[in-house]
Unconditional design. Structure first.
Length: 340
């Protein structure tokens, strides 16, 4: 361990992860379905065998989807770029004393770089102060909860590392600013297009599409839906557009949150709605849910229903979003008492 790192602060960004090649799809799915905090596949001793079976059955279809977006998920590269951008702005602002430096790491739950490997690296570099920042804005036991639970188990082997966990930031004003900026840009696409002559921004319906969740979690008190609604309330206060909320990306035989985005598209078509901007509300970077599901599946479905669907850009490397992450991390550093 490097003793000279004791005054430095690490920031660990937690995210889902994604397959970095077509051959990684099946093992990625296996890791995902092996997590009983997301979905319980029978008794505990059958979790991994059933996860292997499901991942094997689903892998061909899922590989075909990833093949359409470049043969891999871009989430690793985007998250690493977010980490580098965040590290730069944190160190530019002199959060701590001049002898201290902040280093931002990325740990993924279900694919490389795995959380356990990154924590080992953090320990080997000598860090003893660690801000843990989940890149899921809205808390759920299936996302932030699962990642933090797993991280805490890993950290039992590294007692020298002290942590401050940031559980959610769904209503942070700079995060809302970043979302609003992307929505404004998306609405402008309609106004500048010959496909929709004379349309005003307020004529476009906003369709907030969030990642779905097994309904039982919400029934048991999970705050995910409340957090999503609080974000939408804060964002839509800045716009006069009509809006709706739907859920995408469900998997497995259990009951999931509704309405699904597919159901909502059919409902909107039946109401005579012609123009909509899809806003990926629970995603902070592009992944298969945005690049394939929204950009391909839902857009094609909308066209078939006589509607035009465009998508607000994902936050990715938006300077406004990086500023939000910076402010969130700084607040964590202050709450931990590590600002000197």
């Amino acid at each position: 361990m490097q003793a000279d790192k004791k005054s430095d602060i690490g920031v660990l960004l937690l995210n889902l992860g994604g397959p970095d090649s077509l051959s990684a799809v099946q093992p990625f799915l296996y890791n995902l379905f092996s997590d009983r905090e997301i979905i319980r596949l029978g008794p505990a001793f059958l979790q991994k065998p059933l996860a292997w079976l499901i991942s094997s059955l689903r892998s061909a279809k899922t590989r075909a989807a990833y093949a359409l977006i470049g043969g891999r998920s871009p989430i690793r590269e985007i998250t690493l770029d977010q980490a580098r951008a965040l590290e730069a702005v944190l160190n530019e602002s002199r959060i701590t004393n001049h002898d201290s430096r902040i280093t931002v790491f990325v740990g993924m739950r279900y694919w490389h770089p795995y959380i356990e490997d990154v924590v080992k690296e953090i320990h080997e570099q000598g860090f003893e102060k660690l801000i843990v920042l989940s890149l899921y804005p809205h808390y759920s036991v299936a996302t932030t909860g699962s990642s933090l639970s797993y991280l805490k188990r890993i950290l039992t082997s590294y007692p020298s590392i002290k942590t401050c966990e940031i559980m959610s930031w769904f209503d942070h004003h700079l995060y809302i600013d970043a979302l609003a900026e992307k929505i404004e840009k998306g609405l402008a696409v309609f106004c500048s297009s010959p496909l929709t002559p004379g349309i005003a921004p307020a004529d476009v319906h906003l369709l907030f599409s969030a990642h779905s969740l097994p309904k039982k979690f919400v029934d048991e008190g999970d705050p995910y839906v409340d957090h999503i609604m609080a974000t939408i309330k804060a964002v839509t206060a800045r716009f006069s557009n009509p809006w709706k909320l739907s859920y995408q990306s469900k998997s497995g035989p259990v009951a999931w949150l509704e309405p699904s985005t597919e159901q909502m598209l059919e409902e909107m078509a039946s109401q005579g709605i012609k123009n909509m901007l899809a806003v990926p509300i629970s995603f902070v970077s592009d992944h298969i849910e945005t690049l394939y599901e929204i950009d391909m599946l839902y857009k094609e479905m909308a066209t078939g229903l006589g509607m035009r669907l465009e998508r607000a850009e994902s936050l990715n490397l938006s300077p406004a979003f990086i500023s939000a992450l910076k402010d969130i991390a700084v607040q964590g550093i202050k709450e931990a008492g590590w600002k000197e």
